[in-house]
Design a protein around this ligand. Structure first.
Ligand code: AP5
Ligand code: MG
Length: 212
């Protein structure tokens, strides 16, 4: 399965990606997580991306396309993958096509803007493995500690109200148009992501025709 997860910031792409990765037995590639790791390690890409991310803007297409092409060339992607957060512009979607990458399904998680600010303000992320948590809806077993790797849970720098609003604007202006790009190809599936986590997970399974 070659799957794209799309949706506004905080829609639950990372959360559903983690669940689907186990169900489908393929790797999830989160471009946001790759960039945050690059920032932590202060690589060339990290230095370039830092200000864009902190402002809630998109990192330039040419940089992102190169990163994703290199990642998809790794052996673990040979039989499938889940892309979380890429493509985010029509140019990025076209670049995937030009590279000969054949996507099976694009899953759009739909959540209203009002809900998103609330969710992202209570999100926490593992500083080591990037797993998403929420102090309201997805609490770790031990407060402040990642269930899977024991890393410290932190708040992302771009999860402050002003930056969340910028990210939402960018989503509506630059990413949402891709919906019709994939709908025209007949591979767009839509799932409501507003309900509680278990309901969203069931909606996603139904939209993809998977068992729960
Ligand atoms: P990225 O890391 O992709 O951020 P995003 O798209 O804004 O999405 P998030 O990670 O914030 O949300 P999510 O949908 O993963 O939700 P989550 O599962 O965590 O990108 C960050 C930045 O990197 C971008 O702004 C840009 O600058 C740059 N970038 C990345 N890719 C790029 C690209 N291709 N081109 C250019 N720039 C790029 O869930 C959110 C919270 O809600 C969690 O706390 C979770 O526990 C909770 N939650 C999830 N589902 C539910 C539910 N159903 N009910 C209740 N709570 C829920
Ligand atoms: Mg995410």
């Amino acid at each position: 399965m070659k799957l794209i997860l799309m949706g506004p910031p905080g829609a639950g792409k990372g959360t559903q990606g983690e669940i689907l990765e186990k169900k489908l037995g393929v790797s999830t590639i989160s471009t946001g997580l790759m960039l945050r790791t690059a920032i932590k390690e202060q690589t060339e890409v990290g230095k370039l991306a830092e200000q864009y991310i902190n402002d809630g803007k998109l990192v330039p297409d040419d940089v992102m396309v190169e990163i994703v092409k290199q990642r998809l060339a790794q052996p673990d992607c040979a039989n499938g993958f889940i892309l979380d957060g890429f493509p985010r512009t029509t140019a990025q979607a076209k670049a995937l096509d030009d590279a000969g990458v054949e996507i099976d399904k694009v899953l759009l998680l739909e959540v209203e803007d009002e809900k998103i600010v609330e969710r992202l303000s209570s999100r926490r992320e593992c500083s080591k493995c990037g797993a998403p948590y929420n102090i309201v809806s997805k609490r770790p077993a031990v407060e402040g500690i990642c269930d899977s790797c024991g890393g410290e849970l932190i708040q992302r720098k771009d999860d402050v109200p002003e930056t969340i609003q910028n990210r939402l604007n960018v989503y509506h202006e630059q990413t949402e148009p891709i919906k019709s790009y994939y709908a025209e190809k007949g591979i767009l599936a839509v799932a409501k992501g507003e309900e509680e986590l278990k309901d969203t997970t069931a909606n996603v399974a139904a939209a993809l025709g998977l068992g729960e």
